[in-house]
Design a protein around this ligand. Structure first.
Ligand code: ASP
Length: 294
C-alpha cells in the first residue's frame, strides 16, 4: 500500500461546446460545486473513485448539464443515457449505454465495477439498475429545455488523483440531442471517452462522440503523457480531429498530479482543485485557468 504524499488534484467538466453568454455563469457554478465536493472527499483522504463519482452525481442533478436530470432527448423524444467510471489502480471499468429512467447512471456504472462485464446497454443496463434498486430519474422541464438550447451537448466528467496516488475517471451524458434510438457515444468506451491508469494518469472527454471514438482520443492523450506535459498531450490528441472532423475537449491529470485542459470548441465548462490551491476555480474556457494548468 503506497504511503499518502498528501498531493491530490481533481478536474471536472460540464461539456465542450459553444456556450451562450447567458448560460456561462450557470455552467461554471455547477462545475465549481462539483469540484468542491470532490475536493472535500480528497482532502479528507477519500479515494479518487469516490471523488469522481461524487462530483459526477452533483452534475447529474444539475439541469444546466446534459447528464442525468438535464439529459437531452433522442429522436423519439425519449431519454437514453451513457455513463462510465474507471479505477486506475485495478483498471476496473463499469459502463452503461442507452440506459433509461435512472437518476444517477454513474452509480449504476460504479456498481458494475464489481462485476465481470465492463459495459451493459439498453434493456440489460436497466435490468441491472433495477436489481440494484437504483433511484428513478427526476422528472421535470429540464430535459426539454436543454434539448432546445444545446447544440453539441454538455456531457459531464471528472478525473482525480488521490493522496495515495490512485487515479479515477468518470463521465455521464444524455448524448447528442435527437440521436438515433440505441446510439451509444464515446462516454462509456474505454480509451475513447475516458481512461484511468495509475501508471500514467486519468483523462475524460466531451464533444462529438463518434469523432472521439474514431480517434480513440482518451488513449491518444495518455499515449503522449510520458513525453509531454498534460496540455501538450491533449493538444496532440485533439490534432487527430483535423483528419476525422468534429470538436472535443479533454481534461487530464498526469502521474504527478499535474492538470491539463484543452478544447477546440469555443467554450468548455471546467473546474479544478488541488491541495496546493486555496479552493476550486471554475471557468468556461481553459485559458482562464492557465495559472493552474501544465
Ligand atoms: N460525447 C458525448 C456523446 O457523444 C456528447 C458530449 O460530450 O457532449 O455522447
Amino acid at each position: 500500500m503506497p504511503l499518502p504524499d498528501n498531493r491530490w488534484s481533481v478536474i471536472v467538466h460540464g461539456g465542450a461546446r459553444s456556450i451562450p453568454e447567458r448560460q456561462r455563469r450557470d455552467c461554471a457554478d455547477g462545475c465549481f460545486e462539483a469540484a468542491a465536493v470532490a475536493a472535500t472527499i480528497l482532502s479528507c483522504g477519500g479515494s479518487a473513485l469516490d471523488a469522481v463519482e461524487g462530483a459526477t452525481r452533483i452534475l447529474e442533478n444539475a439541469p444546466q448539464f446534459n447528464a442525468g436530470y438535464g439529459s437531452v432527448a433522442n429522436a423519439d423524444g425519449d431519454i437514453e443515457m451513457d455513463a462510465a467510471i474507471m479505477d486506475g489502480e485495478t483498471l476496473a471499468l463499469g459502463g452503461v449505454g442507452a440506459i433509461r429512467n435512472v437518476r444517477h447512471p454513474v452509480m449504476v456504472a460504479r456498481a458494475l465495477l464489481a462485476e465481470r462485464p465492463t459495459l451493459l446497454v439498453g434493456e440489460g443496463a436497466n435490468r441491472f439498475a433495477e436489481q440494484l434498486g437504483a433511484e428513478p430519474a427526476l422528472t421535470g422541464p429540464a430535459a426539454v429545455l436543454s434539448a432546445h438550447e444545446c447544440g453539441v451537448g454538455d456531457t459531464v466528467g471528472c478525473v482525480a488523483r488521490d493522496r495515495l496516488g490512485h487515479f479515477a475517471a468518470a463521465g455521464s451524458t444524455g448524448g447528442i440531442a435527437g440521436k438515433m434510438v440505441g446510439r451509444v457515444g464515446d462516454t462509456p468506451l474505454p480509451g475513447c471517452g475516458l481512461y484511468a491508469d495509475d501508471e500514467c494518469g486519468a483523462v475524460a472527454l466531451s464533444g462529438d462522440g463518434e469523432s472521439i471514438a474514431r480517434g480513440m482520443l482518451a488513449a491518444e492523450t495518455l499515449r503522449g503523457v510520458p513525453m509531454l506535459m498534460p496540455g501538450a498531450a491533449i493538444a496532440a490528441a485533439l490534432r487527430r480531429l483535423d483528419r476525422i472532423g468534429g470538436q472535443a475537449g479533454a481534461i487530464l491529470i498526469d502521474r504527478e498530479g499535474r492538470m491539463g485542459i484543452g478544447h477546440n470548441t469555443a467554450q468548455f465548462s471546467v473546474a479544478v482543485a488541488a491541495n496546493w490551491m486555496s479552493g476550486p476555480q471554475a471557468a468556461t474556457h481553459a485559458s482562464e485557468l492557465k495559472e493552474w494548468l501544465n
